[in-house]
Design a protein around this ligand. Structure first.
Ligand code: HEC
Ligand SMILES: [Cu+2]
Length: 307
């Protein structure tokens, strides 16, 4: 059987086998009844055909209709409750940014370490993947972890896992994305924590994602409007992440990665209440990789701090 290498894997497998078992019971029951009745009421048999037997009353009919209904609801509840519990990403999760492109996976650690097609992670630590695509729709699929999540251009999608066994596991693209889709593979290398710490020591040279983001924030002119001494009236970005922002058209937007991404690429989409929409779009100017760095930087800014 496919190895079970994440906390999610045994739960998915339980669900899968339980549902197969339950379906088998139903198939056998219905199949036997079909076969039994086919024999009993075959053409020319002497079985009685006129009246229904006396014991089949209205209550019996209602009873088995209700029973079937509750079995169906139970199956739904059983599968849905397990799946929704998986949407809750642990707060202490380690963050990895994934940019998919034809035909490779670019993976970036918060400390600035970059990888292509191979991702190193420690065992026993929850890992949150924040993913986007530079071109077509791709899908991040690690069978041994039982995770699969579509990766879309212009949007962030998330998933997470916690590896339970050291080893190397296949990574596939599971959404047909062009000529070399089948070559868009890679591996997740799960390491014991000490080995991972040694591995990640090599990073740091280029500075963390956030430090690189701070540089871009100045280079791309963001600080000219959003900085302390700016002459343009633009909202302060300190402490913004995780808040709810009032919008000019009414209503609020939760400030998450997606919101920050859209604020940079499509500033006209959601205008902050009380400001004029003078911010230029950075689509085509800031790459997906740049935006990831800027967002990492914005997330480090505390309310009341300097930019
Ligand atoms: C010409 C001035 C200007 C520049 C340059 C500029 N912005 Fe803005 N920005 C604004 C204004 C004005 C708003 C508020 C109106 C709106 O929502 O578009 C804003 C809104 C935002 C918001 C949403 C803020 C909130 O409170 O919800 C974010 C995030 C943001 N900008 C980030 C950036 C980043 C990152 C850059 C550089 C890549 C940048 N801006 C460059 C003027 C600017
Ligand atoms: Cu792909």
């Amino acid at each position: 059987m496919m190895p079970e290498a994440s906390t999610l894997a045994p739960r998915i497998d339980h669900l899968f086998f339980a549902l197969v078992g339950l379906s088998l019971v139903i198939v056998l029951l219905v199949g036997c009844l079909v076969a039994g009745f086919a024999v009993r009421y075959r053409r020319g048999s002497k079985a009685q055909r006129g009246q229904l037997p006396k014991w089949i009353t209205r209550d019996v009919e209602l009873g088995w209709t209700a029973a079937t209904f509750f079995v169906a609801i139970f199956i739904f509840w059983f599968a849905a409750s397990m799946q929704t519990s998986e949407f809750e990403i642990p707060n202490n999760a380690m963050e990895i940014h994934v940019v998919a492109k034809q035909w490779m996976w670019k993976l970036e650690h918060a400390d600035g370490q970059r990888e292509i097609n191979t991702l190193h992670v420690p065992v026993g630590v929850p890992v949150r993947l924040v993913m986007t695509s530079q071109d077509a729709i791709h899908s991040f699929f690690v069978p041994a972890f039982r995770i699969k999540q579509d990766v879309l251009p212009g949007r962030y999608t998330e998933t997470w896992f916690q590896a339970t066994k050291p080893g190397t596991y296949h990574l596939f693209c599971a959404e047909y994305c062009g000529t070399d889709h089948s070559q868009m593979t890679g591996g997740i290398v799960v390491m014991p924590p000490a080995a991972f710490a040694r591995w990640s020591e090599g990073a740091a040279a280029q500075g963390t994602l956030a430090a690189q983001g701070a540089v871009l924030f100045r280079q791309l002119g963001c600080s000219g409007c959003h900085g302390k001494s700016a002459r343009v009236r633009a909202p302060s970005l300190a402490g913004l992440y995780g808040t709810r922002q009032p919008m000019a058209g009414g209503g609020f937007r939760q400030v998450d990665e997606e919101y920050l991404h859209d604020s940079i690429e499509q500033p006209q989409k959601d205008i902050v209440a009380g400001y004029t929409p003078v911010m230029p779009s950075y689509q085509g100017i800031a790459s997906e990789g740049d935006i990831i760095r800027i967002i990492a930087y914005l997330k480090t800014l505390k309310a009341g701090g300097r930019q």
